[in-house]
Design a protein around this ligand. Structure first.
Ligand SMILES: [Zn+2]
Length: 631
């Protein structure tokens, strides 16, 4: 067995572990259930990937987000490590093949969602795999007090029964003490080894500024800090607006949000990564897989939904350890806006019920039917038809998605399916007559053996890579083949794909999950309250407020946040004022009104300083109420 460090060097090209990584790896290797809280991200996945590579067998990774799984699988594949993800939208037949691959193809990682684990036949197949470690990523999803509760996580502990000797590793980047307790209990971790990295980011200065003109302040900040910067905004529209305003002022800015095609996302992100531009204006869709060390400022121009998200987003600043700024710009109207944005749009049980019934009607699903049906879904069209408010509906859909009742993919993807209509003999003849198309056709036939029999989902990028042609060239060939009726070819653009994971049961479906809905609505209100407290608390260090929220105690002020800086300035001002008063009293005795008039400071401050000077015996009050220096 190679040692952990050798594997880190071989596959990741890092020469040493970051703090706690090695300890967590050792704990897992010793077969212990392990809980690890690693707030600052970057390096969490190494904690399970390295022990899994070191041991024989395959590591099961349970993860809540398709994009997260894809990102990690791509990362492993890039390092020539065999990994596979069972994400939504894969047909059962294909799934069986993939699972067979895991068993016989020497795969090291199998990623799947907690909902998948609930299918009996998938569980049966998994039971026969040589599992060496079970990793639960984003483990806070198991807690009702986490900000992303998913009930399917509660079922993960059943794996304990089937794999009594396999260690569990629960990983999270964000957990309050209450959530941490939940994770350990609900996942039934035995004598868990607990590793917690502090939430402290010593080089990040948390700044909260109440300003009238946010844009002007952004301009000032970016001018003073010309290094890479992220500006988080609330919606897609503001992304565009702020970014073009910045460009108009001569900054170099681009934008990023969930509505862009993956090509545009990649392009904009690359420009920023390569530092062709300074600023990326983004919604919270921007985050995953960003590993840019030298981000100087992360500016939020609207209130975040909760401090968990804020901490994650702000924490993208200063990964290189150099001083960095996390700035939150607020204005008085923000509180009302945040309430209408985050609280008023929470669906209640009645709305959820209504929406679910209409959703089934929309797709003409009969009671007791609909399981595993897949549809193309356009939210706006749906809302328009039933006169539903868009955001509330969106939230209700998200809730159903997290509860596993539906699966909603929000990728803007062009989906292509195709099938060959003529026998293989004829295809070969066609290729001999059209040698220029041969490479592309061969790549397709080799990649999709079943393509003669049925409409097959087709991956344009993959075929482009395999055949060594541009995507546009492949599209041209497909177009030609379609024209000659050699293939049938469909391509459609859709906002999202919707899959029903359960049969339609109207109220029965909804009442089963509605208690979670109420809890979550309550939690969301509490979370927003914590954000409001973070911005409005004027007497506590901002860093302290954040650490306190995550259950960490600290007595020291950070010295660099907006509170600490203001305090320092006040102190500086009061020192100069007290020097000024002493100077005045050196020439003559004065009463407090004289002093106020001559120093031109506000009365409270002058009185405060006089009191201080009296207390430390620098001055005295005489019987005529005049102050004099103590000799
Ligand atoms: Zn501070």
């Amino acid at each position: 067995m190679q040692d952990a460090l050798a594997i880190l060097q071989k596959y990741w090209k890092h020469d040493k572990f970051r703090s706690l990584q090695k300890e967590i790896i050792d704990s897992v290797l010793s077969g212990q259930d392990t809980f690890a809280l690693m707030p600052t991200g970057g390096g969490k996945s190494i904690c399970f990937q390295i022990p899994a590579i070191m041991n024989d067998g395959i590591c099961l990774v349970i993860s809540p987000l398709v994009a997260l799984m894809k990102d990690q699988v791509a990362n492993l594949q890039k390092r020539n490590i065999k990994a596979i993800a069972l994400t939504g939208g894969i047909r059962s037949e294909e799934m069986i093949d993939l699972l067979d691959n895991c068993q016989f193809g020497n795969y090291k990682f199998l990623y799947l969602s907690p909902e998948r684990l609930q299918s009996d036949w998938i569980l049966e197949r998994i039971k026969s795999l040589p599992i060496n470690l079970i990793t639960i990523d984003e483990a806070h999803c198991v807690s009702q007090w986490g900000h992303d509760f998913r009930p399917a996580y509660l079922k993960i502990s059943t794996l304990k029964k089937h794999f009594p000797k396999v260690p569990f590793l629960a990983l999270t980047a964000t957990a309050t003490p209450r959530v941490k307790e939940d994770i350990i209990t609900e996942l039934e971790l035995h004598n868990a080894q607990v590793f917690e990295k502090s939430f402290t980011r010593e080089n990040i200065a948390y700044m909260v500024f109440e300003v009238e003109d946010k844009f002007f302040r952004i301009e000032q900040i970016l001018k003073k800090n010309p290094e890479p910067s992220i500006i988080y905004v609330r919606n897609r529209k503001s992304c565009l607006e702020i970014s073009s305003q910045l460009n108009a002022l001569g900054f170099k800015a681009t934008y990023y949000h969930g509505g862009l095609s993956s090509k545009e996302k990649d392009k904009n992100m690359q420009m920023w990564m390569n530092e062709d531009i300074q600023v990326i204006v983004a919604t919270n869709a921007f985050g995953m897989g960003i590993d840019k060390a030298n981000v100087k400022t992360v500016i939020h121009i609207q209130l975040p939904e909760n401090l968990e998200n804020y901490y994650q987003e702000a924490g993208r600043a200063g990964r290189n350890g150099e001083k960095a700024y996390a700035v939150l710009l607020t204005s008085p109207s923000d509180i009302i806006q945040a309430e209408s944005q985050f609280i008023n749009i929470l669906p209640d049980k009645k709305f959820l019920n209504l929406m679910y019934v209409k959703l089934c009607n929309y797709f003409q699903i009969a009671y007791g039917e609909g399981i595993n049906e897949q549809y193309t879904f356009n939210l706006h069209h749906f809302c328009l038809k039933y006169e539903f408010p868009t955001l509330k509906t969106y939230n209700a859909m998200q809730f159903l998605d997290r509860q596993g009742i539906i699966s909603l993919s929000q990728e803007f993807s062009e989906k292509i399916t195709l099938q060959f209509l003529i026998p293989s003999k004829e295809v070969i003849r066609y290729m001999s007559l059209n040698p220029n198309d041969e490479e592309i056709i061969l790549a397709i036939l080799r990649t999709y053996p079943g393509i003669y029999e049925m409409q097959t989902a087709f991956n344009l990028q993959l075929i482009a890579k395999k055949s060594n042609h541009k995507e546009s060239e492949i599209q041209a060939v497909l177009h030609k083949l379609k024209g000659k009726e050699i293939i049938e070819y469909h391509s459609k653009n859709n906002d999202s794909t919707l899959i029903f994971n359960e049969v339609r049961e109207d109220e029965r479906t909804i009442s089963r999950v509605s208690k979670y809905l109420e809890n979550q609505n309550q939690l969301k209100k509490e979370q927003l309250q914590s954000v409001l407290n973070y911005i409005s608390e004027k007497k506590v260090c901002k860093n302290k407020l954040i650490l306190r929220y995550f259950g960490e105690k600290t007595e020291v002020d950070c010295g660099i946040c907006s509170f600490c800086i203001t305090k320092k300035n006040k102190k500086k001002n009061s020192t100069s004022l007290s020097n000024e008063i002493i100077n005045l009293l050196q020439s003559e005795d004065l009463n407090s009104r004289d002093i106020q008039n001559r120093t031109k400071n506000n009365p409270e401050e002058v009185l405060f300083i006089l009191k201080e000077l009296l207390e430390n015996n620098t001055i005295l009050v005489k019987s005529n109420n005049k102050y004099t220096l103590k000799s």
